[in-house]
Design a protein around this ligand. Structure first.
Ligand code: GRF
Length: 190
């Protein structure tokens, strides 16, 4: 399966997929200076840079990004820390073929960038991560896999995030394999 990966952050999930020898054929970012983009350059992965300031609207940027991903033959797209809302047309273009990894047990702490902070603030004793299909409603698509992570006494945002990301690195590859099998089964059904 030819994977595309959308990134804006450090790139721990991207690095993990590359190290596990997934076929990453395209990395697209809205933040060319992020760690994930630096990793893509270092590894010689095709990197698409789509800063919003280069486009008149979100829709225009997403159209350019969609066309670039399609030109590289991306079959399955992983949203691994991409920090912008995607346009409806972009999401429709990858319907049932785009995964997101979110650092909480959805539907808890969805819809924002501060899921780890919220878990600590609320005093939950367990949180975790979720891999789900991307639909138009943010963080609300069908769930493929989740992993539970304990919140430990004395946890900081950093320590809890690190524990959650260990689980993300475990379940995201499994979810990609699940979806790959599912798409293959569907296409053989014609
Ligand atoms: C991950 O924690 C993911 O859950 C969230 O963004 C973070 C990306 O981390 N959506 P990285 O860039 O893969 O290190």
């Amino acid at each position: 399966m030819r994977l595309g990966v959308l990134v804006s952050g450090k790139g721990s999930n991207l690095r993990n997929l590359v190290e596990r020898e997934f076929q990453v054929v395209a990395v697209a970012t809205n933040r060319p200076s992020c760690g994930a983009a630096a990793f893509a350059r270092e590894r010689g992965l095709p990197l698409g840079e789509f800063s919003q300031r280069g486009y008149a609207s979100l829709e225009e940027r997403d159209t350019a990004m969609r066309d670039w991903l399609a030109s590289l033959g991306v079959e399955l797209l992983v949203n691994a820390g991409y920090d912008r809302i995607l346009s409806a047309a972009f999401i429709a273009a990858f319907e049932n073929r785009m995964l997101n990894v979110h650092p909480s047990l959805l539907p808890a702490f969805g819809g924002g960038m501060d899921a780890v902070e919220q878990a600590l603030r609320q005093g939950v004793t367990q949180t975790g991560c979720t891999v789900h299909l991307v639909t138009e409603e943010v963080d609300a698509g069908p769930i493929l896999l989740q992993a539970v992570v304990p919140v430990l006494p004395g946890d900081s945002v950093e320590s809890l995030r690190a524990r959650i990301q260990l689980e993300e690195r475990r379940i995201l590859p499994v979810a990609i394999e699940m979806l790959t099998r599912n798409l293959a089964a569907r296409s053989s059904l014609g």
